[in-house]
Design a protein around this ligand. Structure first.
Ligand SMILES: NC(=O)c1ccc[n+]([C@@H]2O[C@H](COP(=O)([O-])OP(=O)(O)OC[C@H]3O[C@@H](n4cnc5c(N)ncnc54)[C@H](O)[C@@H]3O)[C@@H](O)[C@H]2O)c1
Length: 306
């Protein structure tokens, strides 16, 4: 298939490009390199350096060459979205609209969208299923939810197919090159520098850490499945930050300590998402154990931080 990846120079998008090329697809990447890196773009992919908000830059889509678009490009930082909701909406809503309009005119068949657990907010009905009503606590979560709604309406009005994947906390090599990485990225970087790890709060807060290779395989499955659906992409299990920090120290072999800092306002205490719907609709399940994924991530950052 002819596939376009927005944000394909980023953490998840670049791994996805590698996997799609390996499966024999033709891949084009559009990215403004705001947080992505040219070094992550596979040499076999066509690269267009442009901002998706610029409608002229998307005119190539109107020529009708693309079957599927993976929409990964976004303002991805929760705190920045709260500080600057205008910028968040400009990237995540206006960028989306220029993409959807170009896709519609170019006869694109399907859009696969990277949504987020951030749309659920702080909900204790764990594990969270796709039926839980969204209640975002940040503008980032809100623009993700609005994007889901736009996709549903574009489908109703114009027949543009979609699949929505709500990722939990994604981790792996290439994370956070210029943007804000998650806790695993921060710990892996601190370990590579031989620094002690800091946990904010008592460390018993939990997250659902999904490896980037598993996120990629869910996206690949969504190429041909999951039309018109919303699926969580998660492990379905929770890991505490205490367990995570201890595991990462042990796997790295570094003689560092864990320190505890004050609770950060707004931090969710427990979070994990059910993956049953993705198993059923996409025929997908994560394959990477936390130990394997952490070892690869720690090795990547210790290599690249030299
Ligand atoms: N990493 C996670 O844990 C996580 C969790 C849930 C959802 N997501 C979503 O997955 C997607 C990919 O996230 P990531 O972690 O790979 O982030 P990332 O920052 O590494 O990748 C985003 C890419 O989009 C590009 N980009 C941003 N704005 C653009 C614009 N206006 N025009 C063109 N390119 C633009 C950036 O340069 C970057 O290469 C995002 O939509 C994010 O919200 C990520």
């Amino acid at each position: 298939m002819n596939i376009l990846i927005t944000g394909g120079a980023g953490f998840i998008g670049s791994h996805l490009a590698d996997a799609l090329l390996a499966e024999g697809h033709s891949v084009t990447i559009i990215d403004n390199l705001s947080t992505g890196s040219k070094a992550f773009i596979p040499s076999k992919a066509r690269f267009i350096e442009a901002d998706i908000r610029c409608r002229e830059s998307l005119q190539f889509l109107g020529q009708g060459h693309f079957d599927v678009i993976y929409h990964e490009a976004a303002q991805t930082m929760v705190p920045s979205s709260i500080k600057d909701p205008y910028h968040d909406a400009d990237e995540n809503i206006m960028g989306l609209l220029s993409l959807l309009e170009a896709a519609r005119q170019g006869g694109v068949k399907k859009i696969i969208f990277s949504s987020s657990a951030a749309i659920y907010g702080d909900n204790s009905a764990l594990p969270l299923t796709e039926e839980v009503p969204p209640h975002p606590l940040s503008f980032y979560g809100l623009t993700k939810w609005m994007t889901e709604n736009y996709l549903e309406l574009y489908h109703q009005l114009y027949g543009l197919d979609y699949a929505i994947l709500r990722y939990s906390n994604v981790y792996g090599p290439r994370q956070g090159a210029h943007g804000e990485g998650g806790v695993i990225y921060i710990f892996a970087k601190q370990l590579a520098e031989g620094k002690d790890l800091t946990i904010f709060g008592d460390g018993r807060q939990t997250r659902d850490f999904i490896n980037v290779h598993d996120v990629v395989s869910a996206n690949v499955a969504a190429l041909t499945k999951g039309n018109g659906s919303i699926c969580n992409v998660s492990t379905g299990s929770e890991v505490s930050l205490n367990t995570l920090a201890r595991k990462m120290i042990q796997l790295s072999g570094k003689p560092v300590k864990i320190h505890y800092g004050p609770v950060r306002p707004g931090d969710i205490y427990r979070s994990f998402l059910s993956r049953q719907k993705a198993e059923h609709l996409l025929g997908w399940a994560p394959q990477t154990s936390l130990d394997e994924g952490l070892s690869e991530t720690i090795a990547f950052f210790s290599r690249t931080m030299q």
